[in-house]
Design a protein. Sequence first.
Length: 335
Amino acid sequence: MAKKDIPSINYFKDKTRIADLLNVYLYGGNKIISPQDVSELNPILAKSWWNDKKLKTNVNITDVLFEVKIPVGKETDVKNDDNGIQKIPIIISIQNQSDISYVMPVRVINADANGYYLQWKDIERKHKREKQAWADHGEFLSKFKESDRLKPILTIVIYFGKDNWNGAKSLKEITDLKVCPLHIQKQMKDYSIDLIEVRNFSDVEKFTTDLREVFGFLQNDGNKQQLEKYVEKHREGLLSLEEDAYDLICVMSDMKKLQELKSELRQEGGCNMCKGLEEIIEDETRQRETLVNILYEHLYNDERMGDMKRAFTDKDYRRQLMKEYGLQVEPYSFS
């Protein structure tokens, strides 16, 4: 399992965050789903069967899996949590991605199909225990009554990467349909994925949990000035960030200095992200000043007085010269 998987899995095990995520993603920020509507399920979807006298197995492991009760009818009908509105269960699967997967639609199809298969087998076992009488031969063969229903499965891919997602978002995008006649292309079934690109997500301010701080921080972590402004604006939420949220920001931003500072920033109620960022900026400033002085020393020793004079006022040229001399700020710094 990749190093970044564990913090993202731990973070999204929280029912309040899942309710918040779904309320924004599915309902535009309206508080339709409550944490009480969310129940965690076993994320290991395993099935087995016998073939040629050998036991075969297939295992899909999703990051987190929940059963979520959603209201039936229009969302405007939902006024509060106890108004008696009927709710039905659906299955929500969360797949976290720190890198682009170019076969993501196939992975989602496989996991969803496995989930439906296991639901069918659960129903079959229930009927067998209850010695269910079958209404016709079709029910007997399928071990599934005409009135039986499967719970809908919705898989949401959450992508944390810094590059824009350029992988396929549907099955047809990675299927070579050009070889097929047009009328057959139209018959081919597609399968789209639900994708949330964290760094391009536009509804961050609609979140009511620390999803707002996590998404917002990552959307600004590539630019020091932008990140400083963001942190100042959201100082209240970042002064005491829950530890699993802090961990997720650390690994997804690749700011190793934040990880190193964690023990110093831990306090009652969480971690002080504001103080951590201030220390990083101060450390970067000191490091940059030291490297610039070293650059000037090199230029003086190499009798490059014209280059040194230009470097005093031309920041871009100064960066070019620093790169030439191998004087680079540590990678936890800002681009």
